[in-house]
Ligand binder design. Structure first.
Ligand code: HEM
Length: 325
């Protein structure tokens, strides 16, 4: 990570409008430290330049990040590929932030109410990322995304994600974390919503996707076969390097801004004149519709928390989600 483009990819966004990758819907690699290393900024640890960059990000988020070139029917594949990759990147960082918050809760020291709020907000943002990442049409998923995983390995699996084991028990919900009691119901609701959305997306994109997933979870065979974290990382343009929590925060904010611009431009389900896919019952739930509307605000709240700015009460990212279905 020595070249100037690699340095830029580790830095905060530095100009208004789209500045992610070399052009709209291009990708950047994600650099993460080895699993189990904290990515959370220690309280008050932001250097002045980074504090200014975060302030600019939050100000711009309140005003709206603007728009970029919209997609048409010919560029849908590029858009959904971008979402598949960048949505996973943001999910990986959220899992890491969640793991750190879980460690704070297990530790029992520090502000336990704040730790519970962070957990709930991060799970909420992950719900949004599942919707965003899985917003592809079935046609593009079947033609491009699914075969690209199959080409790496015919059993390519989400269970291989190196950053996931630390949060697996949280999402399975078998052992709810010992958060302050008053915060537990909201956290459990968001966890249940992630599972509902995962099922809904699987069912929308893949024949038998719902039962594949249900079967894997019920049978407990998730993660029981050989795992290939490096194959997973290479596929998702993720490299392991001794980067700092500040580098991770900057990479998170860069992606959140690009996502907000994409959604303000194209909506979550771009209307390019193709017949919409049937919406599975899991995704017809009002809680899912609320999550779609809250997608960008939830990302901005996550950005503020990750940058040590505390909960952002007011809904942010005005109008940024755009058309939803
Ligand atoms: C939208 C983005 C997605 C993300 C971030 C994601 C993430 C994950 C993760 C982390 C796991 C491991 C769960 C565990 O170990 O407890 C998993 C498992 C699984 N996911 Fe997804 N998933 C996504 C989309 C999909 C889609 C579109 C399908 C379509 C069928 C799917 C089907 C499955 C299945 C069947 C499993 C069980 C394990 C396996 O056989 O691979 N997921 N997913």
């Amino acid at each position: 990570m020595k070249s100037s483009s690699a340095q830029a990819a580790l830095g905060f966004s530095d100009r208004p409008g789209w500045d992610f990758g070399d052009y709209p819907y291009a990708l950047e690699p994600l650099a993460l430290p080895a699993p189990h290393r904290s990515v959370t900024l220690p309280a008050g640890a932001l250097p002045a330049a980074a504090r200014d960059a975060v302030d600019r990000f939050l100000d711009e988020a309140h005003r709206g990040f603007g728009t970029t070139d919209p997609v048409d029917a010919d560029s849908l594949e590029q858009l959904f590929w971008f979402r598949w990759m960048v949505g996973h990147h943001v999910s990986f960082v959220i899992w890491r932030l969640l793991a750190d918050a879980l460690a704070d809760v297990a530790d029992g020291t520090g502000d336990q109410d704040a730790a519970a709020v962070r957990l709930t907000e991060y799970v909420r943002a992950y719900c949004g990322m599942l919707l965003y990442t899985g917003s592809s049409t079935r046609t593009v998923y079947q033609r491009t995304i699914r075969p690209s995983m199959y080409r790496q390995h015919n059993k390519f699996s989400g269970t291989w994600a190196p950053d996931y084991p630390a949060v697996r028990s949280l999402f399975r919900g078998r052992r709810p974390p010992p958060v302050v009691l008053s915060r537990a119901p909201a956290l459990l609701r968001e966890i249940a919503l992630t599972n509902r959305i995962h099922l809904g997306v699987a069912s929308k994109l893949v024949d038998q996707g719902r039962s594949l997933l249900q079967h894997a979870v019920l049978e407990g065979d998730v993660g029981s076969h050989r795992t290939w974290g490096a194959v997973f990382d290479c596929y998702f343009l993720t490299l392991r390097a001794p980067v700092t929590p500040l580098d991770v925060t900057a990479q998170l904010l860069r992606r959140q801004k690009a996502i907000a611009i994409d959604l303000a431009t194209n909506g979550l389900y771009p209307d390019v004149g193709e017949d919409p896919d049937p919406v599975p019952e899991e995704l017809r739930d009002p809680a899912v519709a609320q999550c779609e509307q809250d997608l960008v605000p939830a990302l901005v709240r996550t950005a503020a928390l990750a940058a040590g700015r505390g909960p952002v009460q007011e809904a942010t990212g005005r109008g940024a989600t755009g058309r939803v279905r």
